[in-house]
Write a protein of this length. Structure first.
Length: 68
């Protein structure tokens, strides 16, 4: 199955939840990273890690497909 077909195929219910949580993490981290106030370096570093983790979780869960 090609990648384009996998992305268009139905996603299982569990992976839809994982995708939504990943997108929420990425959105929260983007909000923290674009904050105009000066934040501690630890907070910015954690937000960067959350952005990567959320993006990876969203991408991987989107390519999961239901079995035949």
């Amino acid at each position: 199955m090609k990648l384009a077909q996998r992305v268009k195929s139905p996603t299982p219910k569990f992976f839809k939840k994982v995708r939504n949580i990943g997108l929420a993490l990425a959105a929260i981290s983007a909000t923290i990273l674009t904050e105009p106030m000066a934040l501690p370096a630890v907070v910015v570093k954690i937000a960067g890690y959350l952005a990567v983790a959320g993006s990876v979780a969203g991408t991987v869960s989107q390519t999961a497909v239901e079995g035949d």
